[in-house]
Design a protein around this ligand. Structure first.
Ligand code: URA
Length: 433
């Protein structure tokens, strides 16, 4: 078999079989297929696509390129969730504890943020002492004892995706549904949970710009899950504005803590309660979503959800006093309130632009190697559909220095304020299975 023939074959819309996909992935991981040939093939896939069968085969071969986590020593149903990412998305910090407090076993491997999107690991690391690297044995023991652990993805999990994703990132081949689906599902399948709930986001802060694209991606991933006999469901939710009010690492942890206490912003709370109830039903822990929803509300109200979060933080070496008293989180020197220059209704609040602002403040990274500043970010006072008066507070910026005129411009350009009444947008479009 020759790689050049396979590139030609895909260019002419041929359908790969298992042997051909195995040859491509093995060759690329071990280095006999160079980046330039792989880039050409990825671009051919972007134009010609992959059939569902090819996508499922690719996912399986990628999954098997490294270690597959064995969670069988954890008693009970192991639940997992994955968000396709966005701005202000701190759902894992809330979902993990509320679902674990209702009997789910969440053994979660999370990622870091890149570009305008945040990452759960960076957020958790803003809690002093929190360890994201623990041994597999400790990970399993912790989930058996308290029902919850959130750690970093092990280096040996799906090495094919690590190499492919880095190449896609620099060759304009990220936004391709079969490639995104196989990338996400290979990691989810290798992580070993019994059930997977995918939160597929659409809107200007997400990979998928439209609901239709998000549904197509969700359907592709659900089909891969079915093909691999894994119970997989999906939520389609909006990322046209940031989720919740806080953007930035420790600011998001503080907001997650408030949500665990039942006081969080409405959109974040609703998404967590809805996704959490879907996960509990999916795991057969509750007969229907209504009862699961009530149980989740209860653990927020009676303090059990926050207690679960504290148990996880303590087990992973974090300083629990920060969870008990969020005033302890470091505040940067420049805390700047920005007010509206216009009276009207917020029509647009562009998640991507605000995510980039947070990154430029130091809260995110352009390349995988950069360090980040956990204390900086933004807290929004107004969201889409809210009325604002001229001079009224729009948001607070947490920065190390005064804001440059360019950054101020970027912040104000994220808002569109109009005279006419604006409806609050729909957050959860649909659940799919
Ligand atoms: N997230 C992933 O893990 N992979 C992609 O390809 C896109 C988003």
């Amino acid at each position: 078999m020759r790689m050049v023939d396979l590139i030609e074959y895909k260019k002419n819309n041929g359908e790969f079989n298992h042997q051909q996909i195995q040859f491509i992935i093995d060759g690329y991981v071990e280095g006999s297929i160079p980046d330039y040939q792989m880039s050409a093939l990825l671009m051919a896939i972007c134009f010609q696509g992959l059939t569902l069968k090819e996508t499922a085969l690719l996912t399986k071969v990628m999954e098997e390129s490294g270690d597959i986590i064995d969670l069988s020593k954890i008693e009970g149903v192991k639940v997992d969730k994955h968000s396709t990412g966005g701005v202000g998305d701190k759902t894992s910090l809330v979902l993990g504890p509320i679902v674990a407090a209702c009997g789910g076993k969440m053994a979660k491997m999370s990622g870091r943020g890149l570009g305008h999107t945040g990452g759960t690991l960076d957020k958790l690391e803003s809690i002093p002492g929190y360890q994201i690297n623990i041994s597999e044995e400790d990970f399993i023991n912790q989930v058996n004892e308290i029902g919850l652990a959130i750690i970093g993805q092990s280096a040996s999990l799906v090495p094919a995706d690590k190499k492919l994703y880095a190449l896609r990132d620099v060759t304009g081949t990220v936004s391709c549904i079969p490639l995104i689906a196989s990338s996400i599902m290979s990691k989810k399948l290798a992580s070993g949970a019994d059930t997977i709930l995918l939160d597929v986001k659409y809107g200007n802060g997400a990979f998928m710009q439209t609901i239709e694209e998000a549904k197509e991606l969700a359907q592709t991933m659900i089909s891969i899950g079915k093909h691999c006999h894994k119970n997989t469901r999906a939520t389609i939710s909006s990322m046209s504005q940031p989720l919740g009010n806080a953007i930035g690492n420790s600011l998001e942890v503080i907001e997650a803590i408030e949500t665990l206490k039942g006081n969080g912003p409405e959109d974040l709370r609703e998404l967590c309660l809805n996704e959490g109830s879907e996960m509990l039903v999916q795991a057969n822990l509750y007969p229907n979503k209504k009862e699961a929803y009530q149980a989740l509300q209860e653990v927020m109200d009676n303090g059990k959800a926050l207690e679960k979060f504290k148990e996880m933080v303590k087990a992973q070496g974090g300083d629990v006093s920060y969870i008990e008293n969020t005033e302890l989180f470091e505040k940067p020197s420049a805390i700047i309130e920005l007010t509206s220059k216009k009276t009207g209704y917020i029509q647009a609040l562009e998640a991507k632009k605000l995510g980039i602002v947070s990154m430029k403040l130091g809260g995110g990274r352009m390349t995988k190697e950069e360090d980040i500043d956990h204390a900086v970010g933004l807290v929004l006072n107004k969201k889409i559909g809210d009325h604002v008066d001229i001079g009224e507070k729009l948001l607070t910026v947490y920065a190390r220095d005064d804001l440059s005129p360019e950054l101020l411009d970027e912040i104000y350009q994220s808002y569109t304020i109009v005279d006419e009444f604006v409806e609050k947008p729909i957050l959860i479009e649909e659940f799919m299975k």
